[in-house]
Design a protein around this ligand. Sequence first.
Ligand code: NAP
Length: 288
Amino acid sequence: MSLPRPMQGKTVVITGANSGIGKATAIQLAKMGATTVLACRDKEKGETALGEVKKAGDSAAVHLMILDLASQESVRQFAREFESRFRRLDVLINNAGVVLNKREMTRDKIVTAFAVNYLSPFLLTNLLLPRLVASAPSRVVNVTSALHFKGHLDFKDLQGKKSYKGSDSYAQSKLAMVLFTYELARRLKVTGVTANCVNPGAVATNLGRSDAGLLGAVMLVTTPFLAPAEKGAETPVYLASAPELAQVTGKYFVDKKQQVSSHESYDQIEARELWDASLKLTKMSKTA
Ligand SMILES: NC(=O)c1ccc[n+]([C@@H]2O[C@H](COP(=O)([O-])OP(=O)(O)OC[C@H]3O[C@@H](n4cnc5c(N)ncnc54)[C@H](OP(=O)(O)O)[C@@H]3O)[C@@H](O)[C@H]2O)c1
């Protein structure tokens, strides 16, 4: 007789699950018995990953859904479809991310790195919140980066109109993710939904690889010294599944340990200002 697996009966959504840390996270959680939803922007890449993750888990419990975080309509469509297909949501892992050397805009007129790395995860989380609350105890896991320490939010220029640098835009979006995590944790205190964030460390993935700028070059040169994706997935998997974290919320984790994030990330006034700005940018009327 096989033993029950730790994530059996739990439903997990992982964004950017076709590559790098997201795929490694999906494989681990599928192995642990979770119903695993791979939220990917590209159907072909998603289907290739789906095959790999199915081999790791119970193939009937691994699903692919299309989600393009550069489009708020795609985020809304994903949330509607998810609600119609799945009755539970135990863990949402906002993992997808990009580094873009050039200032690109989404069709919603948002700077793409900010949209993909922070604003659409904000929208997605809020749209899926009723499912998370109904499935509580449940968890939101936000993937940020050590580079959030270099980030700063300039509310007069969130869209990088005055000046744009790929590394600054990335750092800003990753700081926004930490501020969002802490604010979400405060707002969800009595719901049984926790929100934590993770810096997965320096990991050899596709991140920044297509970038023609300095960041792309740095990623390529440093690849042999970086950890494999499986190592990068360890802390997201830990945050998604560890029983001892059931009550832990509003924390920043590195290597499965709570750590202190940047000084700015603890600014509650800034976090509320970011929340309000995000409501306007996503045209949401009601959130947590
Ligand atoms: N690698 C590191 O050293 C490191 C360090 C700190 C933090 N992180 C963070 O870890 C997370 C995972 O990145 P990774 O290193 O595993 O990089 P990766 O291999 O490039 O994976 C990024 C994932 O995000 C997806 N994505 C990009 N744009 C998207 C969009 N518009 N809509 C939906 N999905 C989109 C990508 O899809 P496509 O394959 O279709 O592009 C891919 O699946 C990111 O948040 C990243 O910032 C990474």
